[in-house]
Design a binder for this molecule. Structure first.
Ligand code: NAD
Length: 355
């Protein structure tokens, strides 16, 4: 079981160190190798995803990733910015399915801005397609508008597109995931307006015929955005395209109160994956030892489950996290009165102890 450890920038190094401690405490045989990525790699090698880092990732069963980015890189040319490292890893590893669970732990029910009864027991899984859609469709660019009311004016455009195989494989991933949960899938589209998403909807319905044990419903993205805050527990597995998934998964993550608690996984067809917290590098708290490492620790649990086939170890980590929460330990982002405030390292060590 070979793991590429890519801590990245900002709080990335602090939180990944705690996840590595937790993995080591499992007493299993991992081969872990660390490499630079993001701004740290740019500073050392002039590129956010150096050849050596990419090679390590490609030769590993899984990548444990911290976060990348800092405001100081915002003036760099786009291909050299830290965030490009993630896009490069996704592309080279063929990571097409992004899993973003949003789970509300009962101890943190008051951290949400929604009423406790709406989110207590919440456990939804958003599956976002990662390689297609308007984010990658060509052509795109700026030009002089060739027609319409403002012909001759400057304009910008992007292209929304999906191929049949892309939709089929993400639909299968969603139905398979639902089989291990409550057997319900909601496919989110905008079929009423967009040709691309009528195509999406038709194909998801076709693939569904192979999964008669799973209940499927279709929902427009605007309604899904509303339902997520109105009645989030109506959802179980949600599958959608790249752009809608980007937005809805962030919305869903906030239902639980803290982005510091939310893991994520991006998988390819051979279940090789990149595992990272849903948050960024948090430059505002970097180096202070206060970041919440639990999203990264829970990402390591997802890595054990999905890429390394170690379900039992994954559950051990998840139970250890529940235990430290039940003990009342909280980092600043999830702190509420009466709890014990701890830093990044103390939280990591408490999880190790609970294991
Ligand atoms: P962010 O997620 O880094 O931070 C948003 C807010 O949440 C901040 O106030 C931060 O302190 C807090 N926060 C985030 N993670 C936390 C944790 N584990 N514990 C406690 N508090 C936490 O988003 P941002 O501020 O918009 O972006 C900062 C940098 O991160 C930017 O350069 C951005 O491009 C980058 N970014 C990277 C990724 C990634 O690596 N996958 C994702 C999003 C943003």
């Amino acid at each position: 079981m070979k793991i590429a450890v890519l801590p990245g920038d900002g709080i990335g190094t602090e939180i990944v160190a705690e996840a590595v401690k937790v993995l080591n405490a499992l007493d299993m045989k991992f081969e872990m190798e660390t490499a630079l990525v993001g701004g740290a790699a740019y500073d050392a090698h002039g590129h956010p995803l150096p050849e050596s880092t990419l090679k390590l990732a490609m030769q590993s069963d899984a990548v444990l990733f911290g976060a990348v980015g800092d405001w100081k890189y915002d003036t760099l040319d786009r291909p050299l910015r830290p965030e490009q490292a993630i896009l490069g890893l996704r592309k080279n590893l063929g990571l097409f399915a992004n899993f973003r669970p949003a789970i509300c732990y009962k101890e943190l029910v008051n951290a949400s801005s929604l009423k406790p009864e709406l989110i207590a027991g919440l456990d939804i899984l958003i599956i976002r397609e990662l390689t297609g859609d308007i984010y990658f469709g060509q052509p795109r660019g700026r030009r002089v508008s060739p027609d319409g009311a403002f012909a001759g004016a400057e304009e910008a455009f992007d292209t929304m597109r999906y191929t049949r195989p892309e939709v089929e494989r993400i639909a299968r991933v969603a139905f398979e995931a639902a089989r291990k949960r409550s057997k319900r899938v909601t496919s989110v589209d905008k079929a009423n307006v967009l040709e691309t998403f009528q195509f999406w909807k038709d194909i998801v319905a076709e693939v569904h015929k192979d999964y008669p044990d799973i209940a499927l419903d279709h929902m427009y993205v605007d309604n899904a955005a509303m339902q997520l805050v109105k009645e989030p527990k109506r959802f179980d597995v949600v599958v959608t395209g790249n752009m809608f998934g980007d937005i809805l998964s962030d919305e869903a993550s906030m239902l639980t109160g803290s982005i510091g608690m939310l893991p994520s996984a991006s998988l390819n067809a051979s279940r090789q994956g990149l595992y990272e917290p849903s948050h960024g590098s948090a430059p505002d708290i970097s180096g202070k030892g206060v970041a919440n490492p639990l999203a990264t620790i829970l990402s390591a649990a997802m890595m054990l489950r999905f890429s390394l086939n170690q379900e039992e170890a994954a559950v051990r980590i998840e139970n250890a996290v529940k235990k430290v929460l039940a003990q009342g330990l909280r980092t600043g982002d999830i702190y509420s009165e009466g709890a014990t405030r701890v830093g990044t390292r103390e939280m990591g060590e408490a999880v190790v102890k609970a294991l």
